[in-house]
Design a protein. Structure first.
Length: 263
């Protein structure tokens, strides 16, 4: 059971940051994950009053406030046009609409869950996190950073030209994914894949050997194998490591083939 002794609706980020330095205190996102924990919280710090529940867009980027719900991101027309539906595809399988209406992007990305669909899709995009003290950090570096007591303020997606696709595999609808896969073709033709739920955190694999200089079916298959050989896979109750490795080849091949056909 989650027990909260005190609740504070903060007036600014400095107040939130100071309160959060106490080990017993916790920042609240949508509490979807927190409330499953068996834990005593001293002060629950609520950021709801800070206007951080919006998606702001300019010519260069999208800035998504940490309190924005996954559902608001899923329904954002411009983001979905920009990502050709990949963002929506990475969110629509998460539990259900009511759930996605309450859980936040801040709680999702700060947590860096191994099974995270949205972490995987954002890694295929040109994404950064803005931390209150730590500043702006590329998401691919943030993934490997230790949990600290900083506050994730915004997610920034730069509008760098790339074609992105997303796919995942689940044993059953709404369950946690067995494997998550994002693929991007960059403006210069280079390709990268982000693979999550291995069951470890998502990782980016770049085509550093230039396998896809020519995007033939044969080279797509070679790249899919290269990605699966570059990563470590392990077993859990959902699937074996061997199965995940095989799925990686299938999903990378399928997602990349779709992108090449669209291009
Ligand atoms: C039953 C269940 C099934 C799920 N299935 C999936 C799935 O299939 N795919 C998937 O991708 N995800 C899945 N999730 C994860 C879900 O999508 C959210 O990522 C998760 O609930 C965390 O978001 P939240 O807003 O609820 O965060 P909370 O539970 O409120 O917080 C989680 C952690 O993040 C910290 N935190 C929150 N906001 C901030 C911030 N701004 N700065 C710093 N720290 C912060 C909190 O202190 C806490 O430690 C599932 C979750 C549950 C409970």
């Amino acid at each position: 059971m989650l027990t909260i002794k005190d609740y504070i609706l903060v007036e600014n980020l400095e107040e939130a940051y100071k309160l959060n330095q106490n080990i017993n205190n916790v920042i609240l996102g949508g509490t979807g994950w927190l409330k499953l924990q068996n834990r005593n919280i001293g002060k629950a710090i609520d950021l709801s009053n800070l206007g951080l529940d919006k998606i702001i867009e300019d010519d260069e980027k999208y800035v998504i406030g940490c309190m924005t719900t996954l559902r608001d991101i899923e329904l954002n027309k411009s983001l979905n046009e920009f990502t050709k539906g990949a963002i929506k595809e990475s969110l629509r399988h998460i539990v259900g609409v009511q759930f996605r209406n309450s859980v936040t992007i801040g709680g999702s990305i700060y947590s860096r869950f191994g099974f995270s669909d949205i972490l995987t899709s954002l890694l295929a995009l040109d994404t950064y996190v803005e931390m209150y003290k730590g500043g702006i950090i590329p998401l691919k570096d943030f993934v490997d950073m230790k949990y600290d007591k900083d506050i994730l303020v915004n997610i920034i997606i730069k509008k760098s030209k790339r074609l992105v696709g997303y796919s995942s595999f689940r044993n059953q609808t709404t369950d946690f994914p067995v494997l998550t896969c994002g693929v991007a073709i960059l403006d210069n033709g280079k390709v990268l894949a982000s693979i999550g739920a291995r069951p470890h955190r998502a990782r980016v694999v770049e085509d550093s050997e230039n396998i896809l200089e020519v995007k033939s079916m044969e080279n797509i298959e070679k790249f899919a194998k290269y990605v699966s050989n570059s990563l470590k896979f392990d077993s859990n109750m959902r699937a074996s490591g061997e199965y995940r490795k095989h799925l990686t080849e299938v999903l990378v091949k399928r997602t990349l083939k779709n992108l090449v056909e669209v291009k």
